[in-house]
Design a protein around this ligand. Sequence first.
Ligand SMILES: C[S@@+](CC[C@H](N)C(=O)[O-])C[C@H]1O[C@@H](n2cnc3c(N)ncnc32)[C@H](O)[C@@H]1O
Length: 247
Amino acid sequence: MLRAAWEKEAGTTMARTVMGRLQLAIKRDGWWATVRLVIRNLQLLIRKPTAPLPPDPFDQCYGLDTATIMEGCQLETDSDSAIDGIRYQSSSDGHFRRALAALPIDDPENFTFLDMGSGKGRVLIRAAFLPFKQVIGVEYAVNLHRIALENVARMPAGVCRAPIEPRHGDILQFDYPDGDLIVYIYHPFGGATFDRFLDGLEQAYCRQTRRLFFLYVNPHLLAKVQARPAFDPLVTESAFALFRLRT
Ligand SMILES: C[S@@+](CC[C@H](N)C(=O)[O-])C[C@H]1O[C@@H](n2cnc3c(N)ncnc32)[C@H](O)[C@@H]1O
């Protein structure tokens, strides 16, 4: 009984999400671009399933669900910026480790670590293995946010050394906390959303005297960051780039 009600509700929510995204796409990009977007999403849905991935050791170790990819059409969000959003895929552990190791800091306890587009929370949990002041994630897909909350709750006591707070919302509406920041992204979006995100980051930096490091993993839009004088490049590799904000 409960299950049937839940499935009905889930179906209605999905239909609302799809209709909302279609209307948004038509309004912003017109009919033709929307038709192409729908065709692309249908191709992703019906393409021959690939062989199942081997179990993820990190997920297995803690009983988590972070490794499975979710395509854009599976994300439940009615955010305007969804039009520029990329699918959910967790950062590779190797890239994440290398990116963090590049940070020129020896006082993590003074920094808040932010994962912008935090998905199912894998990066949040891994970052919290270090004693940051706090670890905050922002994710606009409510289904991913719920999974992140469950994953964080599953972590055994004492493993994470920083408090973790997954938040549901759009990165473009995010209110940056005070103090020193490490802002992490794994290519969450393109288009105008990326430019607006960079504007917001600069504004957050200028609001007060603070240290702000920007870690950009899978840096597809690197040139856009490099074009901004406020972003001082410290490390540039194919897998990630590290910047320090400056005035
Ligand atoms: C490539 S995944 C990265 C997930 C996670 N940061 C990691 O590295 O494992 C990008 C995530 O950003 C989220 N996202 C995209 N645009 C967003 C926005 N405007 N606001 C909040 N989340 C967003 C997507 O839903 C997705 O979960």
